[in-house]
Design a protein. Structure first.
Length: 139
């Protein structure tokens, strides 16, 4: 299914450098795989992770320990960051949104703010965690 340049997929995803199909600027994946995990990999695009149910762990090359993401916490991972993820438990759900860097830059200019790393933020801080807006959770 495709809408507004996005693709919604309900299937396991591979560890590729790009999850965005040709002709699109974003891709949305709804993951419900119990105990799903990915090995170390990196993406060409931004990855926004939003756990809905269960526990999701994100481990990046610059973090000594994995970071557990609670439901309704948004993590933003920049392109080119080596990372791996894993979920625990039988009942697990999360959404992964992949967005091209140019689209993220466009949104930042429109909002006059920064979604991702600013020039003052060290490279070692490879992802941000925040509380998403209620409209994003509903979407």
């Amino acid at each position: 299914m495709s809408f507004c340049g996005a693709v919604v997929l309900n299937m396991p995803y591979s560890n590729t450098s790009s999850h965005i199909p040709a002709g699109h600027i974003t891709a949305v994946r709804h993951v419900t795989i119990p105990g799903c995990r990915t090995e170390w990999h990196e993406h060409d695009e931004y990855m926004f992770l939003l756990p809905k149910l269960g526990s999701l762990a994100l481990h990046t090359e610059s973090n000594e320990r994995e970071q557990r993401l609670a439901p309704c916490v948004l993590a933003v991972l920049e392109p080119g960051i080596l990372h791996k993820t894993k979920s625990d438990g039988v009942d697990h759900r999360h959404t992964a949104i992949y967005a091209e860097g140019g689209f993220v830059s466009f949104c930042e200019r429109k909002a006059q703010g920064h979604i991702a790393r600013s020039a003052k933020r060290p490279r070692s801080a490879s992802f941000r965690v925040s509380v998403p807006t209620s409209s994003l959770i509903r979407a």
